[in-house]
Design a protein around this ligand. Structure first.
Ligand SMILES: C[S@@+](CC[C@H](N)C(=O)[O-])C[C@H]1O[C@@H](n2cnc3c(N)ncnc32)[C@H](O)[C@@H]1O
Length: 235
């Protein structure tokens, strides 16, 4: 496919949308991105990839040792900002490809960036295979990933067997992957991938404790869809 980085072997779970943001979000980006959005080495400028030789050191980035939660696709950051505000003792690393979402999340923080949140503007699927030390993450969150409901687009869904391996590598035994979706068919697909997966065990279907109601959840519920929460632990 023209324009797609050759290093990307996987069909992407997103389409690149514009970088334009509302004025207040752009202002928050201009004010806070230098602190909160990590300037990581890229294979080429503007790429959604990170140089695979680069390893992020959370202790250096956050300036302390703390449990690290990785959120994949925080969108406009409802869960992220809520969790980071109510749990200052936990560090949060968010991987998001949509810059206006990051701008929106930063705008929710106010004048100052939250000291326990950092963003990497990147495609989580390839990037999480190299970005972090294996076994170094406390929890991974994937809330309301893009559902790609049409059959011909299912291969774009983020949660597949390959990504399940990537996430399993990040966590120690017992580490949790929390997922939520408002698409029943995606919930079934997640279970079809993860229930028989040798490295994962389903440990809960209750709502993730720190997950607030987001725009996507509200939209799903209003459209008559029910929400599925799934929590898996690494064996
Ligand atoms: C449907 S939104 C959900 C946002 C948020 N989790 C919520 O519950 O409100 C999915 C988000 O995942 C992001 N996304 C999709 N694929 C991604 C990937 N491979 N890496 C990082 N972010 C991704 C999209 O840009 C979008 O912001």
């Amino acid at each position: 496919m023209k324009g797609i980085d050759p290093a990307l072997s996987r069909t992407r779970s997103f389409t690149r949308r514009g970088d334009r943001m509302p004025r207040t979000h752009q202002a928050a980006w201009d004010r806070l991105a230098a602190q909160a959005v990590l300037d990581v080495p890229r294979p080429r400028p503007g790429s959604t990839l990170v140089d695979p030789a680069y390893r992020l050191d959370p202790e250096q980035v956050f300036g302390r040792q703390a449990p690290l939660v990785v959120e994949v696709g925080p969108g406009s950051g409802d869960a992220l900002v809520h969790a980071a505000t109510t749990h200052p003792e936990v560090d949060f690393l968010a991987l998001e490809v949509w810059r206006p979402g990051i701008g929106h999340a930063l705008a929710k923080m106010g004048e100052q960036a939250l000291p326990n949140v950092r963003f990497v503007e990147a495609d989580a699927a390839p990037v999480l295979t190299t970005l972090l030390e294996p076994g170094s993450v406390h929890e991974v969150w994937t809330f309301f990933p893009d559902p790609w409901p049409k059959n011909k687009h299912h291969k774009r869904r983020l949660v597949d067997a390959e990504f399940a391996d990537t996430v399993a590598d990040l966590l120690p035994p017992g580490g949790l992957w929390r997922l939520a979706t408002d698409w029943a068919a995606y919930a079934v697909a997640m279970r079809q991938v993860l229930d028989p997966h040798s490295r994962w065990e389903l440990v809960g279907t209750d709502r993730a404790p720190l997950r607030p109601v987001t725009r996507f959840e509200r939209r799903g519920t209003e459209a008559g869809r029910s929400i599925t929460d799934l929590t898996y632990a690494v064996r």
